[in-house]
Design a protein around this ligand. Sequence first.
Ligand code: URP
Ligand code: ZN
Ligand code: ZN
Length: 470
Amino acid sequence: MGEVLIKGGRVVTAVDDYVADILVKDGQIEAIARHLPNSDAEVHNASGLMVLPGGVDVHTHMEFPLGPAETCDTFETGTRSAAFGGTTTIIDFALQKQGETPKQALDRRLALAEPQACVDYGFHIILTEVTPESLSELPDLINQDGVSSFKMFMAYPGVLMVDDAGIFRTMRKVGTHGGMVNLHAENGGVIQVLIEEALAQGNTSPKYHALTRPSIMEGEASHRAIRLAELAEIPVYLVHLSAKEALDAVVEARDRGISAFAETCPHYLFLTIEEYDRPDFDGAKYVMTPPLRDHTCQHALWRGLKFDDLQIVSTDHCPFCFSERPFGIHRSKQLGQGDFSQIPNGAPGVEFRVPLLYDGGVGGGKISLNRFVQLTSTAPAKMFGLFPQKGAIAVGSDADLVLFDPQKPHILSASTHHSNVDYSLFEGRQVTGKVEKVFLRGELVVDGDRWLGKPGNGRYQKRSASGRVI
Ligand code: URP
Ligand code: ZN
Ligand code: ZN
């Protein structure tokens, strides 16, 4: 690949803000200076634009099976959508199916992603069976295969849920090798009782998804997860944190010096439980787990982001079409017509994370510009063992760069996004701040509305330790 020169952009990182030229060679940043000569490089004028490190989204689900359903983005369409939204690295999930070992799950997902991925990618492994055989594979997965984080579910009994002993055993095993356990923290047993009660009373509409998953049960499980990690003496990471009660548990632990970390997602920051009051079956579009919460929770989440009690904004991009037409019933919310508990849990969002957080966070005066970069790129890269190759604009880092126009308004819509999914949680919302160009290891993959990337050009990222230093 020839050299690329990005001229006169406002370089914004988690700590810096200055105007400079950036020279890219062999996919990495070669030099940063006030003025660099043009030489033979391909030149991109970035004056008036910000240059951001490529976004790192550590929570996506491409072509992901969830019960009888499967998400409707392939690795190709989902990673292309990510790129258009300024995200150049994702960490997706390898789900250990029944009878499968964690390594087999990883190999299966690697084979699926490798020919398709348009941005760089890694995997967390979802452990569903904590057997001696599974546990014995974990050290090599961390040290040789570059998977240093393992998601476990405290919800979905009989499907994905693992008991406390299994979680604790896993924590003990991975802790000494630089691994971290990521928890889906909700009390699955209690929630199951509430679901059964609601259905028995004939309460079948999407709103009952939210009413049967109360925030105190997220708080309870979060507290339990942190205490288990404390005993195991390893860091812990709570995924898709939505409730004030869960954040309170994180704050309490962090105040005691415990390495408790958490992410939240744009839908919890910008939407509330009122969305479930939409007529007909429309509320199903907002059925994700945990559900949308109230304004008190939303306010607490913004406060958490500002004061670093929450470290990361990820999307939990888990797209199911609303209509069954494009990809069939198994990729559709229609599976849950007449029974909210059968609505596939998950919502799309990989393309809108960066513009939404810029518009609502920085534009809305809730977080600083540097903090915005920290939350969307640098902290996720550090948390999950990708830094400084990712999440940085520095000599020697990968030239994953986003040219971002902070003044440009645009409208978020399913009619213009690049995901396979047929709706957007943010349909019609105007935001200011638009991704103009995206470079993946120095290669221009997005140029305005034009797609220049190629499936298979995304590279698997072997990660170092998770949760150690951020
Ligand atoms: O509703 C959600 N979040 N679906 C994806 C699976 C998970 O729990 O992350
Ligand atoms: Zn989850
Ligand atoms: Zn998820």
